[in-house]
Design a protein around this ligand. Structure first.
Ligand SMILES: Cc1cc2nc3c(=O)[nH]c(=O)nc-3n(C[C@H](O)[C@H](O)[C@H](O)COP(=O)(O)OP(=O)(O)OC[C@H]3O[C@@H](n4cnc5c(N)ncnc54)[C@H](O)[C@@H]3O)c2cc1C
Length: 420
């Protein structure tokens, strides 16, 4: 590839920056356009930081339509769709419901596995390059089940599928679970342990990645918003920004939940909803955990990050906004003592909740690939609950696509035109 080829990446979240890294490494002249300042927050920063090959079942899974309808009635449920009259939301909901089939899971699970395992491998490389500045730890992940019914469900569902796909999953009883996490009392029937999952401190990962990008010559346009596009002859020729028009050979759409809005006017259809999640970070927790945990029935993630302990969860489809709904934060707090009786609501007193918007496609798969209508515009968005895990493998794929190489993961199911 000629080093004179240029690419503009629209959006500087974890996915955009990862694309920048793998493209710059291949000799592209890379510019990142990000509307926020360099040290601003982004969706990855307050995330649970899981690097999770165990997440092989897409959000749009069998049973989710029934659960979703049940949960929709309660704003305290783990998955909540705020009812509103919005054609995009209704279409998204219909496409989501259509994807909740066993056939869809069977078709997509191997793709999720490959993107997640790829991410894990690349994070190990990045940890080596940065002196592990982002505290990547390979402690596995424990899916805790309070009830035997839940444990049986996980055993015959996720654990079975994961093992079939070559992602090791071990079903543990209560005693075996307690042995793996001896620092605090657990009230569980058992757990599924995924020894190959990892976790990191996302607030340390983002600056570490920027630190790798700068010596590679990447140009950053922080505090600059993309406002429109210029096209000619079926190609994108420029991107209009608050700092003027920028031109390049190739363009990457990596604006997370804002991606559909960013390409409004390009006559491209990209169903995607923002899925708000919340997290609470204890600076000095009274109890030490060594492993990331999922409180399975309550869909709450718990991650040790250095000396801190982070609790995250909820999926709230309520449009693009950063409104904190206290009842949804409370749902996370209430879940904790049910599994860890030594934790109380007092542990969370005064902790400021963080919220972030996951970019959620209807079928639980990201959009990665060139748009048919504008072949020099490539999508890298829609990673929902797995944007941290999949960021490096997405970046690598985008570099392969733009470099005309054979993609390391087949692109058919990730096609951004699949709903066109
Ligand atoms: C509570 C919670 C826990 C999570 N836990 C995990 C986890 O454990 N593991 C995991 O893999 N994933 C997790 N996720 C999901 C993950 O955080 C997201 O999928 C990922 O961060 C999305 O990254 P992104 O770069 O696509 O989007 P974003 O981070 O949203 O980045 C998009 C960027 O585009 C910019 N932008 C938008 N519009 C414009 C414009 N007009 N001009 C210029 N720039 C623009 C935005 O400012 C933003 O910086 C979690 C998410 C939440 C909310």
């Amino acid at each position: 590839m000629s080093s004179s080829k240029s690419v503009i990446i629209c959006g500087g979240g974890i996915v955009g920056l990862s694309c920048a890294y793998y493209l710059a490494r291949e000799g592209w002249a890379v510019t990142v356009v990000e509307r926020n300042a360099e040290d601003a927050d982004s969706c990855a920063q307050g995330s649970a930081g899981y690097v999770s090959p165990s997440h092989v079942i897409p959000l749009a899974a069998p049973g989710m339509v029934w659960n979703g309808l049940k949960w929709m009635l309660s704003s305290r449920s783990p998955f909540y769709i705020k009812p509103r009259l919005d054609a995009d939301l209704m279409r998204w909901g219909w496409l989501f419901a259509r994807a909740c089939t066993p056939e869809h899971t069977a078709r997509t699970a191997p793709v999720l596995r490959d993107l997640c395992l790829g991410g894990r491998k690349l994070f190990l490389e990045l940890a080596g390059l940065t002196g592990n500045a982002f505290e990547l730890r390979q402690e596995g992940l424990l899916n805790l089940c309070q009830t035997q019914e839940c444990l049986d469900h996980e055993t015959h569902g996720l654990a079975k599928l994961a093992n079939e796909l070559g992602v090791e999953a071990r079903v543990l009883d209560a005693r075996q679970t307690a042995e793996l996490e001896p620092g605090t009392r657990l009230e569980v029937a058992g757990s599924v342990y995924f020894p190959n999952d990892a976790h990191l401190s996302p607030r340390k990962f983002m600056p570490a990645l920027v630190g790798l990008l700068k010596p590679l010559g990447v140009t950053f346009r922080w505090s600059t918003s993309v406002t429109g596009w210029r096209t000619a002859g079926g190609r994108v020729t420029g991107v209009q920004t608050t700092a003027g028009e920028l031109t390049a050979d190739e363009f990457v759409l990596a604006a997370g939940s804002w991606s559909p809005g960013m390409i409004a006017g390009l006559d491209v259809r990209l169903p995607l909803q923002a899925g708000k999640g919340y997290s609470l970070t204890l600076e000095r927790p009274r109890f030490r955990l060594t492993k990331p945990l999922i409180l399975t029935e309550r869909r709450v993630a718990v991650t040790p990050m250095g000396n801190q302990l982070r609790f995250g969860g909820t999926m709230e489809i309520s449009g693009i906004n950063d409104r904190i709904r206290p009842e949804r934060v409370q749902q996370i707090i209430d879940a904790v003592p049910a599994y860890f009786p030594e934790f109380t609501a007092e542990d969370f007193a005064g902790i400021k909740p963080w919220s972030g918007l996951r970019p959620v496609s209807p079928d639980g798969l990201p959009y990665i690939g060139r748009f048919g209508r504008h072949p020099n515009l490539t999508a890298a968005c829609g990673h929902a609950m797995l944007g941290v895990t999949m960021a490096p493998s997405t970046g690598l794929l985008v570099a392969e696509i733009l470099g005309g190489k054979k993609p390391s993961i087949p692109l058919a199911t990730l096609d951004p035109d699949r709903y066109a």
